[in-house]
Every structure is written in structure tokens, then in C-alpha cells.
Design a protein around this ligand. Structure first.
Ligand code: HEM
Length: 396
């Protein structure tokens, strides 16, 4: 058999979603493989569940700095300030600040509010008979919720969201123009965050922006730039991911009518169904770490400074962890998926929030719109980073 070779930086490989057959070959033939990268030294791809967990849970050996994306940024000014690219001890202190806004009790208290948003979105969409699940529902729900938590006024939410979309638009064919536009969007969002800060004359509010403004890290407040960058991370991470869980999860139910019928017959399965959707869809395809010293992963020698990329989408289909891994099973237990990361200090801050949003959405979707059917092809985002769907026509 020829050795498995692939350019996982080539977006064409992801044109129809994550390349699961290719990932299976990597797991079987080259579970820790050195792969090429355009304009860079290349990186180690880690494909098995156990190895992804190993890397993720050893942050001293595998740093998040300088950046958790495959390619090093040309200008690291912004990225090095991002929580997600930091290591302890500073990461621990920054993370504590925002953890306060995401305790299970606080998230549970959001339920009536989230349900009201869901009901409103579904009722309005259903009135039209035919609608786009992505545009009309999946984009709106997480956006409205995170904007509320952070403290963005309702009438400005769509503007903020259009910046997040421009930052992520790596599926454009003109990469250079897309990058320039993404940089412009970052600047515009920062200017907006500054103007929002200016409206917080006293920062005594409960919203996350006020929490950041009150923050005290080692006796010092966050700089205005640090606040801007935090704002950007919360807006991006909170909206781009959950929407793809919702659309990808709905598509999985369309494609597996037996599982949909099972869920409708037994709604108590919803919590395991959501976990299975997380595993199945894996909205974040990979994150990178950087080896701090010479080491080994599954017997493969890695040198200090090498890039190590954890392919969550592959780990979540690993037969060694999930029996019958390519079967979508709404009752799957146990389900130790790594869609929110594989443990370790960076485990998704918004995991409980995303689970709450998805549970309420599917509770209401299955009962309010029982006749929902797919009315056109799903359009996939061409990205090796976000497993996204940009359009899913449906009808009731
Ligand atoms: C289905 C939805 C979501 C998925 C699949 C997802 C996935 C992830 C993943 C894989 C990580 C990195 C974990 C690691 O490196 O160990 C992460 C981190 C993060 N997520 Fe999420 N996420 C989702 C929703 C959200 C939401 C709703 C928020 C809202 C605030 C959020 C905020 C964050 C933040 C701030 C981080 C960085 C945490 C840190 O560096 O300490 N995420 N997420």
C-alpha cells in the first residue's frame, strides 16, 4: 500500500467537509505524521484520540504560544494577547476572570432567555414555510446570546457579527484579498470595542465587558488593547462554533431518519444526542501546540520547537475509542469526544453554554417543527479549521 500523503493545508481537501477516509488512513498507517505547510516548516499531525488527549493535557510540554493556528502570524501583536494562545501562569489568571461569567449556575439561569430567543426565531422562520436554517436560525441564536452576555446593544449585533464572519472567511478564492479584509475587520471591531468601553462610565455591570474592565491581574488592570482582543475572542468563539453544531446536527438527523425517529419517540435521549452531534460534527477541526523540548508522541520523535497539530475531527472518529465510530447513534454512551478540546487548561470556556443552546434549540425544533425537511443541498465551508455549513435550505 502506498504511504498516506496529503496536504491538510489545502482547503480543497475539505471541500465536502472533513476528509474522514483520509483521517482513518492516517490513524491506521501514520498516526503521528509530518505534513507540509505552505510558506512554513511543516507540522506533525496527531490523529488518534489517545494521542490528542496526551498532547492536550501536557501544556508544559506542548505550549499554546506562540499561536494555536498552524501558520505563524506575520504580525503577532494581536495573536499573542489572545487567551487561547497563552500559557500558564498568565493564562490561568486571565481565564479565571472570564470563568466567573460561565459558571454552571449562571449558564443554567440563562435557560428562559435562550428559550425565548429560540421560540421567536423558529416561529418567524416557520411562518415563511421555506427558510435557510443557517442564516435564519443557527447564526442568530449564538450571536444573540453571546452579544447579550458580553453587553453588545441589540441593534449593533449584526455589525459585530459581520466582522467575525470577515475574520473567518478563509473560504474565499482570493486568499490575499480575504486576509486584507480580515485585518480590516479586526481593526474595525477593535475601534467598536473601544467605543463600547467608553459607554461604561462605571464598570459595575454584570456583563462580561464590565467584568474585564474591573479586572485586576497581579495588581494591574487589562490594557485597552487586551480588552479589545478579549472582546474579539468571545465574539468569535461564541458564535462561529455553536452555529455549526446546530446546522451539522440537524443535517445528521436528516441523513439518519431512524435516529431522528428514535429521538422524537424518546426525548430523554436529547443530552446524549447533543454529545453525539458534537462528536459527529466536531465544529473545530484542529488546534496546534508547539513542543517545548525534544519528546516522543506514540513512539514518534518530536524536536523542540516543532508544531504539533491535534486533529479533533479524526480523534472523534477513532475506532479505538468509539465502537462503530462512523455510526451516528443518538444514544451513544460513553462518549468521550474531544469537540471542546481534550482536557487541559484551554478546555472550551463556552461548553456549557453551547450545550444549553443546542439542547433548547433541538427541544423546540423537534416539537414545534416536526415536519421540518431538507429542501436543498447543504453548502460546506472550504476550511481545514471550522467544519461549517454556509447554507442549509429547509421547509416545513
Ligand atoms: C459547539 C460549540 C463550541 C465548540 C465546538 C467549541 C470548541 C472549542 C475548542 C476545541 C476549544 C479549544 C480547547 C483546547 O484548546 O483545549 C475552545 C476554546 C474556547 N472556547 Fe469554545 N467552542 C464552542 C462554543 C463556545 C462558546 C459558546 C463560547 C463562548 C464564550 C466559547 C469560548 C471559548 C473560549 C474563550 C476558548 C478559549 C479558552 C482558553 O484558551 O482558555 N466556545 N472551544
Amino acid at each position: 500500500m502506498s504511504p498516506v500523503i496529503a496536504d491538510l493545508c489545502d482547503r480543497a481537501v475539505f471541500a465536502a467537509g472533513p476528509p474522514h477516509d483520509l483521517f482513518r488512513r492516517f490513524r491506521e498507517e501514520a498516526p503521528v505524521a509530518f505534513l507540509p505547510e505552505p510558506d512554513g516548516p511543516g507540522f506533525w499531525g496527531v490523529f488518534r484520540h489517545a494521542d490528542v488527549v496526551e498532547v492536550s493535557r501536557h501544556p508544559q510540554a506542548f505550549n499554546s504560544a506562540p499561536v494555536v493556528f498552524i501558520q505563524d502570524p506575520e504580525d503577532p501583536t494581536v495573536t499573542q494577547e489572545l487567551l487561547i494562545n497563552q500559557d500558564p501562569p498568565r493564562h490561568t489568571k486571565l481565564r479565571k476572570l472570564v470563568n466567573r461569567g460561565f459558571t454552571p449556575r449562571q449558564i443554567a439561569a440563562l435557560e428562559p432567555h435562550v428559550r425565548a430567543i429560540v421560540v421567536d426565531l423558529l416561529d418567524r422562520a416557520a411562518e415563511r414555510g421555506r427558510f435557510d436554517l443557517v442564516h435564519d436560525v443557527a447564526v442568530e441564536l449564538p450571536l444573540q446570546v453571546i452579544a447579550e452576555l458580553v453587553g453588545v446593544p441589540a441593534e449593533e449585533r449584526h455589525q459585530v457579527f459581520s466582522w467575525t464572519e470577515r475574520m473567518m472567511s478563509n473560504d474565499d478564492d482570493d486568499q490575499e484579498a480575504a486576509q486584507a479584509d480580515a485585518h480590516a475587520a479586526v481593526s474595525e471591531m477593535f475601534a467598536y470595542a473601544d467605543s463600547l468601553v467608553a459607554t461604561r462610565v462605571d464598570s459595575s455591570g454584570d456583563d462580561l465587558l464590565s467584568v474585564l474592565l474591573r479586572a485586576d491581574v497581579d495588581g494591574e488592570a487589562l490594557t485597552p488593547f487586551e480588552v479589545d482582543v478579549f472582546f474579539m475572542l468571545l465574539m468569535n468563539a461564541g458564535s462561529e462554533t455553536t452555529r455549526n453544531l446546530i446546522t451539522g446536527g440537524t443535517l445528521a438527523l436528516f441523513e439518519h431518519p431512524d435516529q431522528r425517529a428514535r429521538l422524537v419517540a424518546d426525548p430523554a435521549l436529547l443530552p446524549t444526542a447533543i454529545e453525539e452531534m458534537l462528536r459527529w460534527v466536531t465544529p473545530v477541526v484542529h488546534f496546534r501546540r508547539t513542543a517545548t523540548a525534544d519528546c516522543e508522541i506514540a513512539g514518534q520523535r518530536i524536536a523542540a520547537g516543532d508544531k504539533v497539530v491535534m486533529w479533533y475531527s479524526s480523534a472523534n472518529r477513532d475506532e479505538a475509542q468509539f465502537p462503530d465510530a462512523d455510526r451516528f447513534d443518538v444514544g451513544r454512551t460513553p462518549n468521550d469526544h474531544v469537540a471542546f478540546g481534550a482536557g487541559g487548561p484551554h478546555f472550551c470556556l463556552g461548553a456549557s453554554l453551547a450545550r444549553l443552546e443546542a439542547r433548547i434549540l433541538f427541544e423546540e425544533l423537534l416539537t414545534r417543527l416536526p415536519t421540518l425537511t431538507q429542501a436543498g443541498d447543504a453548502v460546506h465551508l472550504r476550511s481545514n479549521f471550522i467544519n461549517g455549513i454556509t447554507s442549509l435550505p429547509v421547509s416545513v
